[in-house]
Structure formats: structure tokens, C-alpha cells
Design a binder for this molecule. Sequence first.
Ligand SMILES: [Zn+2]
Length: 496
Amino acid sequence: MMWKYYLFLSGISITCQTVLGQANIEQSPIDSKDLMTTVKFLSSERFKGRLPGTVEYEQASRYVATRFKNAGLNPLLGNSMLQEFDEEVNYILDAKVFLIDQNNRPTQPMYLGEDFVCRGFTGSGEVRGETVFAGFGIKTDEYNDYRSIDVRNKIVIVFKSAPPWKPISGSWGDTSPRGKARIAKELGAKAIIIIGEPQMTPNTMVYGSIACGPKPHIVDFPMIHAGSRLTDSLFSKLPFKPAEYYEMIKRDKAPHSIETDKSVYINVRAVYHEAKKTYNVVGYIEGSDPKLKHEYVILGAHLDHVGYQGDRLYFPGANDNASGVAGLIAIANAINKSATKPLRSVVFVVFSSEESGLKGSKHFVANMPFTADKVVAMLNFDCVGQGDSIAIGGKLSYPKLWKKAKKLDHKTTKLLSPRTFGGGGSDAQAFHEVGIPTLYFHTSGGYKFLHQITDKPETLNVLVFEKVVHLGYLTTMELANKNYKREMDRQKRKAS
Ligand SMILES: [Zn+2]
């Protein structure tokens, strides 16, 4: 899951009334041991956070292809299960940050992975300079954080988000990390330090992200994301804390940019490639009915995560989203072992490049070997291993589809939370946009370790994990074998 959806989805963290561990009369066809084995393997150090464009990601995609093959899936596109496309990649080799005094002497070392991380598409460079707090790092005709400060040869500190009020012109411009870095660089700054939104708890968490905004890449401009110790140090001589500046800017709708009287040394070594090969993994089970086999149920989960930085830090991504990939493999195995064969064809897609902007799912949808109207529904699995109950997005757009899952849950898994949202989201978005009904399987209360180095297999809740995947399996079989009349997006219908 991309970090930007976090605030939205974390609002859905309610405790389900259902008691865990209620005895199921029916034996679950999902092998929970195998789910965990897959998650442990994919989140292990050997895959270094599954960054698209790396050898490690390629190995992970080949592993999934083998598991798909062993589960009886066949390639859908040509002879190979790997669907190749180009992706930009940035190998972060090393990063150092120190607080320094007037004489350029280091006073306080900061630790990679604890006090700071690099943004995934950081540039390289060894720079030192005074730091300046520049609010949201926005520069438009109606609002300009740089109006009264000079940032030449300095290092700029900005909030990650856009201002929390609506711009009169309708746009703040490019508020992505790259967009903000571009403005700072044009004004003569040497590097940028991004700090978290104060409304996020904890707001100074260190997390990995490769969602950096549109190209071009800025090769020579370090982009650092500060954790609490670095943020506190940078603001220690100022009269207010970041959260107070945030409120002041919001209240006045005017900048409160200020020199911090603190200097830092930053040294980042990264190697950027504009195009490296990456892969979706696509397999399918052909429907057993000669007519219905030309209709498709698509299951999707992203394999990529946010990679590594230096030689000691990597982001395991156990919940995000080794869990979803393990779920797809388990569902394929369960169908393979089932006595009833699906009448419609079931397509399994493991996506690359979700974290950098949903590129794998967009690429798949743009190159489907059948038209969108042949797809009955798409079920997406993203972050399904943690939390306390099952959650499924999509009800507000596709209520009939959602109710099918609800009914199955009522009979079997008994753990579905009533909280939901509209269609699309994450990799379901591209399918939703071409009129395919979507459900987005995830959990309630499952985003505690999102994009952190602590997103490890031991934080998963195996009971919930097994049940989400079980419900995914039941919903797949229902859609593959029973009638479901495709719905139009209800929210869109209402709006028009
Ligand atoms: Zn993610």
C-alpha cells in the first residue's frame, strides 16, 4: 500500500464484535502454515525489500511464478508468467547525516533507519549548510513559503503534505517530494529534509517510501526524511515546535518560514537508472465451462515494496504486501485441490511498482488479452496479515458484489467489519476506472508498522490472515461459478 492512503484507511480501525477463533464447521482450504512460510521467505533479507528494478525483485518474481506453476496455473500472456515493463530505479548505497557547528565540526550523528531515511528517489551529494524551515515548500502566486527567506546554499526543511486548505486557483502545483525538491533547488538550496505531517501519530516516524512524484529525477539533490530525533534537533533553537508552526500557517494562511540556526552535513550516495526491467507475474486457471471460460475473475496483489538503503537497512514488507502475495498463492493451491473446478477462468496477477504509483496494475489493465467487459470482478489483496478483523473496500460503488462477500463471511469466516469505502484504491484502481467491479481485501487496525523496518512476519495475526484469505477464496469461487450481474459504479451513477 502506498503511504498516502494510510490516513484514509487507518480511520477504518475499529474492533469487530466477532470473537476470534470461533469453531468453523467447515474445514478451511487455506493452509495457514504455508501462508506464513511464503511471507517469511519474501520478507527475508535475501530479497532486500523487493525493490522493482533490482535483481532481488526479479528473483522474488521468479519465485512467485514457480509457486503459481506448482499450483497448476498456466501463463496467460504468451509462454511466460513474467510480464515485463520498464521502471526507474534508484540504488541507495549509503547515507550519512550529522548536525554540525559553525566550524563544520560534527556535533551530533544521526543514524540511518532510526533518525532518518532517504526518500526512495533521493539524489546524491555531499553538502553542508544552515537549515531553513520553509513550511510546506510551496511556491505559487497565491501562497509562497519562500517569500521572505533566502535559501541559497542552504538546506530546506519542509512538511511532506500540501497546505490543509483549498487553493483559490485549484492547485498547489506539484507537491510531491520531487516537486518540492525542484522548487528548493531552483531557489539555490543544496538539499531538502522532509518532516512528517503533525496530524499523523507518531508524526515523526521513520518510514520508507519510493512514491516521489513525476520525473525528471534530480541527480544531485539529496532528499532526506527526518525522524523525531533529527526533527527535534533542527527545531531546538526555534520558539515553536513543528506542530505549532503547522497550526500557525493554517490559521493565518500565510508562511511562517524561519532560519533554524542549526547546520547539517548530508552525504548520500545513490545510483539512478531511468529504465530497468521489472515484472508482473500473471497466471490463470482456465474455466471448465466451454462458454463461461471466456469470462474472468481477476485476483491481484502487489509484490514490490520500498527496498533497502545502504547495506544494513531494508524494509521487509511482511504485511505490505508479502501477505497479499501469499494469499494469492494459497488461493491458487486451494482451487487446485478443490473437487469443484471454477466454471469461469480465474486470473492471478502479482503486480510490480505499486509503491511507486500503481504502475504494474496500470500496465496489466492496458494490456489485457480480453476486453474489460469480459471481467466479472477484480479482487485486490493488500495488507491482509495484520489487525483484528477483515475489511473489504468497494461497497459504496458495488454493493451487490460486497454483499456476496458479506453473505459468505456470515456463513463461514464471521469476521467482516461493516466499515468500507468506494471502488478502486491501490491496485484495484486501474480496474475500477475501466468499469470493472472491484473489492479491496484488507484488515481493520492493520497498519501499525506500515513501511517501517518493523513490518516483519512476527507482527502478523495468523488467525485474521487465514480468514481474510479464506473469504477471498470463497468469494472467488462464488464469482467463478454463480451468477453475478456486473454493477455500474453506484457512486458515479449518483453523481451523474
Ligand atoms: Zn505499501
